[in-house]
Design a protein around this ligand. Structure first.
Ligand code: PMT
Length: 307
């Protein structure tokens, strides 16, 4: 595992998954104490692999000491505790936006961006796994709906705005992972724009800011979480958005040609008033689980603060 070999079914699966991995070592006490073994274990731990045990006691070789596999029941209990997020958000109603929006220019053209929806869908899956009732409002993407999640498909920022407004009542947590257009055409052409001149000027107007409108709404959810896609001075720009839009939390990611948009992995910097936490680069499914853990923590704290 430490070397990344994939020469049998188990190691192949371990290399080809973005699911969490835990190991329960079992070996002779000297083998376990050997620096080679310990260095491999340290490598695995540094990659986020969980190590259950080993225990101490009688060994199959007749010796006694550390290296004995934990009892199967202990392994099962540790796995249950460590690998399932648990019902951290049991009963919470979570509304999530994901994917890009498309702003029409004429019947065959639109302005959009490279968002694939993978980040927002991973957050929806993780929130559902944490026991939440999840509604996912998605722009045009090529992704399957996570099991147990209610999905509403939209195309433009205006449609996403309306769908969010319609679903807002009773929402406890709003998470805006969508890459919504900032500008749109005020009057898309009814017919295909003809190529007549050597250049074409497009007039654009501001699209509705969905996230800011939710944060200012009388039905404001207990926790409003935005994303910030930044190409430079990530923390600084994200913190400005946290304040300007009146958010409880902002999830910043550095974006670029090969970063965050339409990739399978990402790295996050989560900011809130008076604090921050990094979520190390990894598959979107994993970092979404960590993010949902953090969101659940803040959600719980706000609940307590309100009594
Ligand atoms: O979909 P993927 O390919 O997986 O890529 C993931 C992602 C990079 C799109 C995602 O992680 C991300 O960063 N989403 C937010 C993208 C974005 O629009 O960021 P922004 O900094 O421009 O906007 C700030 C916040 O305001 C966002 O929460 C956004 O949803 C919201 N917003 C923006 C404009 C607008 N008109 N309405 C909004 O609600």
């Amino acid at each position: 595992l430490a070397q990344g070999f994939a020469d049998d079914l188990l190691t192949t699966l371990c290399l080809a998954t973005d699911a969490p991995i835990a190991i329960a070592p079992a070996m002779n006490r000297l083998m376990w104490a050997n620096p080679a073994t310990q260095a491999n274990i340290a490598t695995l731990r540094s990659r986020g692999i969980l190590v259950f045990g080993p225990g101490e006691g009688d060994q199959a070789c007749g010796e006694t000491g550390p290296g004995r596999m934990l009892e199967p029941l202990q392994i099962a209990e540790l796995a249950m505790a460590a690998l399932s997020p648990g019902p951290l958000l049991e009963g919470a109603r979570v509304l999530i936006t994901a994917g890009p929006t498309r702003e029409r220019i004429d019947p065959v053209r639109f302005i959009s961006n490279r968002s694939s929806g993978k980040m927002g869908f991973a957050v929806a899956r993780a929130a559902r796994a944490a026991g939440a009732e999840v509604t996912l409002i998605s722009g045009p993407v090529a992704l399957d709906t996570p099991p147990g999640v209610r999905r509403i498909d939209v195309e433009s920022a205006e449609q996403m705005h309306r769908a969010v407004q319609d679903a807002l009542a009773g929402t406890d947590i709003f998470i805006a992972a969508a890459a919504v257009a900032d500008y749109r055409s005020p009057a898309p052409a009814a017919q295909k724009i003809k190529k007549t001149d050597t250049s074409l000027e497009l007039k654009l107007e501001r699209a509705p800011d969905i996230l800011a409108s939710v944060a200012a709404d009388a039905r404001r959810p207990r926790l409003v979480v935005g994303f910030a896609a930044e190409t430079e001075r990530v923390a600084e720009h994200a913190r400005a958005k946290l304040v300007d839009k009146g958010l409880d939390m902002i999830v910043a990611n550095e974006v670029g040609e090969k970063l965050a948009f339409d990739t399978d992995d990402n790295a996050l910097l989560v900011l809130w008033e008076g604090g921050s936490q990094e979520i190390a680069r990894g598959p979107k499914q994993r970092i979404a689980r960590e993010l949902v853990g953090l969101i659940a923590e803040h959600y719980g704290r706000r609940g307590q603060a309100r009594g």
